[in-house]
Write a protein that binds this ligand. Structure first.
Ligand code: SF4
Ligand code: SF4
Length: 303
């Protein structure tokens, strides 16, 4: 039997981290985490797991010199209402070898703490949930992020009942802020409906249909990894097969390029890494926070 050979980390490693937290202060009808509460033991475990992950990222400067790291926190629920996620962003953004640290958030919490981050490194992937937050309140937070110089994108789930609110938000957001639209899970769009959404997000066509991915080269498992609170490493959030553990280095033997084992990939945080798509070019410099390299040219509104 040949021993597994540990491979060096790539020059740039992207980590998608999701700990045990699964609670949210919002009540979106399309979400299983709506108004869910975590028991105190889960919150304590989430905090300890996050701090362990931060320590691992911090230690790469000495143990894996030459590897730059980007992190996207993708909690099931809302992380930024918890102090330990805010602290993690402040801490990781200050590390020289961390290129970008971002989190998916509903932006319900305060934003002033972001002034303590290195704002050339920190970023937010925000989602606007009409029905959960007033237009003015979300817009005021977004405006403050612009004033603070924080990179961020704003997203909307493409439910028909969101269309008017999304149009209003697009009209009121500063032009340089990218608003993306995610196709709603399980929903198909007629060409006319898709045109409505594409008028708001010229990149909506990437989200409209799942991408055929079976056997195609995907950067996950090689330069992109999914990590859970126990340090279990998988190539992405959607493939269940384990690559080993982050904290005992066992994942390193499995690092390497290989094709996607699933037939399709329908979530942006997955297919953005598919090599058959041009999304590393489209989102160059803003891949984890979903900020395109160039502000997409707006299409005329279909009325
Ligand atoms: S804000 Fe996000 S996590 Fe919270 S209920 Fe809505 S969709 Fe779910
Ligand atoms: S294409 Fe999607 S599902 Fe397949 S390995 Fe890549 S991220 Fe995972």
């Amino acid at each position: 039997m040949t021993a597994d050979v540990a491979r060096p980390l790539p020059p740039h490693l992207t980590l998608l981290y999701r700990g045990p937290l699964a609670s949210c202060d919002y009540d979106c009808p399309y979400c299983p985490f709506a108004k869910r509460r975590d028991v105190p033991e889960t919150l304590r475990a989430d905090r300890a797991a996050l701090e362990r992950f931060e320590d691992w990222v911090a230690a790469r400067a000495g143990e894996d010199p030459g590897t730059r790291i980007s992190v996207l926190f993708t909690p099931w629920g809302e992380g930024l209402v918890r102090s330990w996620y805010r602290r993690a962003l402040v801490r990781l953004s200050a590390l020289e070898h961390v290129e970008r640290v971002a989190i998916q958030t509903n932006l319900s919490g305060r934003v002033e703490w972001l002034a303590d981050c290195d704002r050339s490194t920190v970023a937010l992937w925000t989602t606007y949930h009409p029905g959960q937050v007033a237009h003015e309140r979300f817009l005021a937070k977004a405006t403050r992020l612009v004033e603070l110089g924080v990179r961020f994108s704003v997203g909307v789930v493409g439910e028909p009942e969101h269309l008017a609110a999304a149009r209003r938000m697009r009209a009121d957001l500063p032009e340089e802020v990218y608003l993306w639209v995610n196709a709603a899970e399980g929903r198909t769009y007629t060409d006319t409906e898709a045109d409505d959404w594409r008028a708001l997000d010229p990149h909506f066509h990437y989200s409209r249909h799942p991408h055929v991915s079976g056997g195609l080269p995907c950067r996950t498992g090689d330069s992109v990894l999914s990590v859970d609170g126990d340090g279990n490493v998988r190539r992405c959030h959607f493939v269940s097969e384990s690559m080993g553990n982050l904290y005992d280095d066992s994942f390193r033997a499995r690092l390497g390029p290989r094709g996607c084992p699933l037939t399709t990939c329908d979530c942006h945080i997955g297919y953005v890494h598919l090599e058959s798509l041009d999304l590393y070019e489209v989102f160059r410099g803003g891949i984890v926070e979903r900020v395109p390299a160039a502000r997409p040219r707006m299409l005329p509104l279909v009325t």
